[in-house]
Write a protein that binds this ligand. Structure first.
Ligand SMILES: C[S@@+](CC[C@H](N)C(=O)[O-])C[C@H]1O[C@@H](n2cnc3c(N)ncnc32)[C@H](O)[C@@H]1O
Length: 449
């Protein structure tokens, strides 16, 4: 019988084999199992994201409970155990016997008898121990304590400890484990915040103005797919975190200008730029992923924008000879993504210690290339959704040092009143534990006239 646990197992196994995005897999699965009850649909999302969020701690429990060496446990068996332990140890509403029986039944259909016995044995032992665990000592092994209790990789915790000390590292890791609200950007060309709040009230959806940026609304407990609502279909709203919304406002495009978005993706920022320009001028949206640009096209159409011009191209092959220069250029660069762990917990387990430096090298080259498209007197905004300075300050400072005629333009004066605390020197910087938004960085660079 297909149920939420079986589908969650299949998604987690798929992710273990090739690093797909959980949200895409969940949507695909729900699309293929339309008759799944609403309760099971919600449980599927909860199980996939919950296991990914707590994976490191669940693995620590497995290693405490089993006598088999960690590397000897088959990945599919480990995933079955993570799934069951997440329900037993971290969710209140699922009876223990349901979690254990389901895991054992799944093991019976996929594993040989000795592994079924192993799964059963580990889970029964977990029920016996319940909450009696010997955690690492915070005083003796602060890194290990935070890594295990908050489920983060040890290299990440050690790095933060070095920079921020124990208390703030713990705050950052705890904030990464919170479930971020769904944040909508309201399309000012079509509607107003009040209209959206009223629509939500009429449809029994909890919503409130963001309190951070004036164009955003936060939803909680949305029990249906936003894509099926009229406010989404009619292009009145776009899902976008507040920090990401602020980045487009720092580009500060004016109606009639030519703007280039060099890593446009699904167009979260390209379409925002188009709206800020009142749909007058031109936004050339470049990305090397054709399917993302197809989504961008749909997004732009839905939001009623005609000035967005998608171009599938590798940024390095897109040259100023092909296009005229632009008044403003945005480089929202590919990055390690560590500012978005609330929404993308799988990133914790996919990245490595050397990734921030590796991304930093590519970002420096991308920013150098992006500068060629900026008109004299124009602006270049560099942004990344990560917390590591190799991908943030170091990229902007490297650019400034190698382009001495350009200026780093302080972003502070352009931030909304409620966001003054997000200015960090001349840069824009947010943290989930300080600002309750995604972790983002942006720098604005001005080309001399
Ligand atoms: C951080 S995401 C962009 C998100 C997007 N700006 C938004 O707000 O929705 C980075 C994007 O860069 C694209 N990308 C990565 N390498 C690229 C390259 N060499 N040329 C063009 N695009 C690239 C990826 O496909 C990805 O969509």
């Amino acid at each position: 019988m297909i149920n939420a646990r079986v589908l969650a197992f299949q998604i987690l196994l798929h992710m273990d084999r090739d690093a797909s995005h959980p949200d895409r897999l969940i949507r695909g699965m729900l699309g293929r199992h339309e008759r799944l009850e609403e309760r099971d649909r919600a449980l599927l999302t909860e199980l996939v994201y919950g296991v990914l969020r707590w994976q490191g701690r669940l693995d620590w429990h497995i290693d405490q409970l089993s006598r088999t060496r960690p590397e000897k446990i088959d990945p599919a068996v480990r995933i079955l155990l993570r799934l069951a332990l997440y329900q037993i140890l971290m969710l209140d509403r699922i009876p223990d016997h349901a979690a254990v029986n389901e895991a054992v039944n799944m093991a019976k259909t996929t594993q040989p008898a000795y592994l079924v016995k192993f799964v059963n044995g580990v889970l029964r032992e977990a029920l016996r121990r319940r909450s009696r665990w010997i955690w690492p000592e915070a005083g003796e092994e602060p890194g290990k304590y935070i890594a295990v209790t908050t489920a983060h990789p040890i290299w990440y915790v050690e790095r933060l400890l070095h920079e921020f000390g124990f208390e703030e590292t713990l705050d950052i890791c705890n904030a990464n484990n919170t479930v971020a609200p769904m944040t909508l950007r309201v399309n000012a060309l079509k509607t107003s915040i009040d209209t959206i709040l009223q629509w939500c009230a009429e449809h029994g959806i909890d919503a409130e103005p963001s309190g951070v940026v004036p164009t955003a609304v936060r939803l909680s407990g949305l029990r249906r797919d936003l894509a099926e609502t009229s406010i989404y279909r009619d292009g009145l709203v776009q899902v976008q975190d507040e920090a990401s919304q602020i980045v487009s406002t720092l580009v500060a495009p004016r109606a009639g200008e030519r703007v280039l978005d060099l890593c446009a993706g699904f167009g979260g920022k390209s379409t925002h730029l188009g709206i800020l320009m009142g749909d007058r001028g031109e936004v050339v949206a470049v990305d090397n992923s054709a399917w993302k640009l197809e989504e961008l096209r749909k997004n732009a159409r839905r939001q009623g924008l005609r000035i967005i011009k998608p171009r599938t191209a590798d940024l390095f092959e897109f040259s100023p000879g092909t296009e005229d220069l632009f008044d403003r250029v945005l480089l929202d660069a590919p990055c390690s993504g560590f500012g978005t762990l609330r929404r993308n917990p799988d990133i914790k387990w996919r990245r490595h210690l050397k990734d921030p430096r590796r991304f930093g090298r590519i970002q420096k080259e991308m920013l150098d290339h992006a500068a060629r498209f900026v008109k004299p007197g124009g602006a270049l905004v560099y942004s990344a959704c990560t917390l590591f300075q190799e991908e943030n300050d170091a990229v902007a400072e490297h650019f400034a040092a190698s382009h001495p005629d350009w200026q780093i333009e302080p972003v502070g004066p352009d931030l909304p009143d409620a966001c003054r605390g997000m200015a960090s020197g001349p840069f824009f910087r947010t943290w989930p534990h300080r600002h309750q938004v995604d972790g983002f960085f942006a720098a604005r660079l001005k080309r001399p006239a």
